[in-house]
Design a protein around this ligand. Structure first.
Ligand SMILES: *Cc1c(COP(=O)(O)O)cnc(C)c1O
Length: 397
């Protein structure tokens, strides 16, 4: 089946009891057994839940992995990835321009836990690979990045870091039964692109992490996360941790997320079309010092976007001349673009990264990455694009 068909049909078999075309939401915490241990494969909903299983199967089919684990939030997914696959003393290499909450989790929870963190400030595969040594068990990549919309060449970076790991001769660790004992895993946060536009597992990644809160859910009405593993051994470790640590997503949340995914292919098409139109319009307005969108020829990685992605996505970042004052004035005047955190819903949102989503990154680091006070991030929704442009225009005026 092709992508759009998988999004609609995988994990959505009709209910065997009634024939209901849309399977019911299984809101049970437990399952009645005929005799102790005599059950239908379902014992307790933290461990097994049909609504969650349906969502996980669909996510795995969309990313092309061995399987998926869904969680109560994107950060819960990331937390489980790090805590189950890494050990104190390991190092993690990351490209430094990432979601602020991920950075906070790395720095405030995992550094204290004993993880060594190394950040590259360059997208160059050799620069990222240069940070890999024999302690490195994971490379964390986000592309396009939030909010600067920089791209990493996933195929080139994966190859370079795996070569660096081989050169470092990553030794088997004590208790070498874990999947990262003698290899390095490449994890990609694919929240901004979604599998509709980019499939990292096909490009050399081992893991894909999502905040399903964003485009996958797509309607700004549910928080969730997921991890999809390419290989069975990694998946088994994650599944164990999902049950053992218990950060699972509940059945209602799984239902909403899965319902959203059914329209992912068509939504992403319109997000891309609208964002392209909005970005092109913004480029013509003198109030913007800079317009960042991978679909614009002015984007330094425009060619890579064309190669790696099936569309440039729905996020556009702009820098207003006039700094924070101008950004704040602009953002309080938009009507259709709601001033709010988050992204990826059908409705357009406008965000001020320095104050709203990236406040946990120290100012100096933030500004070096380009997150200046005049930077405004647009999540371009799927409303009529003429209305969106008119809204931006009146807010500028
Ligand atoms: C929102 C977001 C997250 C965190 O997900 P939550 O569902 O909010 O926990 C991680 N990565 C990216 C790129 C995000 O946009």
């Amino acid at each position: 089946m092709k992508f759009a068909t998988r999004a609609i049909h995988v994990g959505q078999d009709p209910d065997p009891a009634t024939g209901a075309t849309v399977p019911p939401i299984h809101v049970t915490s437990t399952y009645t057994q005929a005799a102790p241990g005599d059950h239908k494969g379902f014992e307790y909903s933290r461990t097994q839940n049909p609504t969650r299983f349906g969502l996980q199967d669909c996510l795995a089919a969309l990313e092309g992995g061995a399987g998926a684990c869904s969680f109560a939030s994107g950060l819960a997914a990331t937390n489980t990835v790090l805590s189950s696959l890494l050990r104190p003393g390991d190092s993690l290499v990351a490209y430094g321009d990432m979601y602020g909450g991920t950075y906070r989790l790395f720095e405030r929870i995992f550094r204290e836990w004993g993880l060594e963190l190394r950040y590259s400030e360059e997208t160059d595969p050799a620069a990222i690979a240069g940070l890999v040594d024999k302690t490195t068990r994971m490379v964390w990549l986000e592309t396009p990045t939030n909010p600067m919309l920089r791209l990493l060449d996933l195929r080139a970076v994966s190859a370079a870091v795996q070569q660096a790991a081989a050169d470092a001769g990553i030794p088997a660790m004590p208790g070498g039964d874990r999947p990262t004992a003698n290899r390095l895993l490449v994890a990609v946060d694919n929240t901004f692109a979604t599998p509709a536009l980019q499939r990292p597992l096909e490009l050399g990644a081992d893991l894909v992490v999502h905040s399903t809160t964003k485009y996958l859910g797509g309607h700004s009405d549910v928080i969730g996360g997921a991890v999809i593993a390419r290989d069975e051994d990694v998946l088994e470790t994650l599944r164990f941790a999902q049950n053992a640590a218990g950060g699972v997503s509940g059945p209602f949340d799984c239902y909403l997320t899965h319902r959203g995914i059914k329209t992912l292919a068509i939504r992403m098409r319109v997000h891309c079309e609208n964002a392209q139109r909005v970005a092109a319009w913004c480029e013509q307005q003198s109030q913007f010092e800079q317009v960042i969108y991978p679909g614009l020829a002015s984007h330094p990685q425009h060619a890579l976007a064309g190669r790696q992605m099936d569309g440039p996505g729905g996020m556009v970042s702009v820098v207003l001349s006039g700094g924070f004052e101008a950004a704040s004035r602009f953002m309080s005047r938009t009507r259709l673009f709601a001033c709010a955190e988050s992204l990826g819903g059908v409705e357009s949102l406008v965000n001020h990264p320095a104050i709203m989503t990236h406040a946990s990154i120290p100012r100096e680091t933030r500004e070096r990455l380009g997150v200046v006070d005049g930077l405004v991030r647009l999540s371009v929704g799927i409303e009529d694009v003429e209305d969106l442009i008119a809204d931006l225009s009146q807010a500028l005026g």
